[in-house]
Design a protein around this ligand. Sequence first.
Ligand code: ADP
Length: 232
Amino acid sequence: MSKFYRLLLVGAPGVGKGTYSVRAATALQCAAISSGDLLRKEVTNKTEIGKKLQSMIEGGVLVPDEIISGMVASHLKELKQSNQFPGGYILDGYPRNVNQAKTLWDSKEIQVDHVINLTQPRNVIVTKLSSRRCCADCGFVYNCAKINEGGIVMDPLMPKTEGVCDKCGSTKPLVTRKDDQLDVVEKRQSEYEALATPLLEFYESKRILHNFEVLGGTKVYLPKLLDLIKSL
Ligand code: ADP
């Protein structure tokens, strides 16, 4: 019988959480659940909640814990009812502080068996973020930079067919997210570091934390990550 994964990927903004979680989820027939994507969808669809939270999301400010906790739980419930993902789920971006982690730990609706902490040197992350581009319709992430810093070499990651999104087929030009502007990037990195230490300590104390260093592109590191996940 194939495994049912209940995973959380953590890591600084820009480390590749979104990229790895979507690609690993596809390989494992899991749902990739990104809290940032769920929130941006509310903004794009101009829902009441989206209008209320838009400036926080675009300014890199964390939205209130209850809102995101409720949003992820109800999304997961819908996914479970749809029976589309026999492999389980990979959470990305939620929880990102101890309060959210404790809510999740006590939750009956969402369980996490393993947490994978993606790490990468900060200078590489900042270069990558300033070159990040997204699909205007579904938010799928690409990168137009060729990185060669401190021994880390990463090729650009662009749509397989030029001008067509790999995920949703949109032909709209790729866009830069407002929160990928340099001043917001720096703010998000510092905010992340302050929150990440206690979050990682929480999962370490539960003995489900696994560190994974990303020192190259997805071509080499996605198979390595999948090997790690399958070994858990
Ligand atoms: P990144 O991983 O690059 O920070 P995300 O797409 O995960 O970007 O998040 C974008 C924005 O959405 C965050 O800056 C924040 O405003 C909001 N957000 C996402 N996840 C959470 C969360 N778990 N708790 C609170 N706010 C969140």
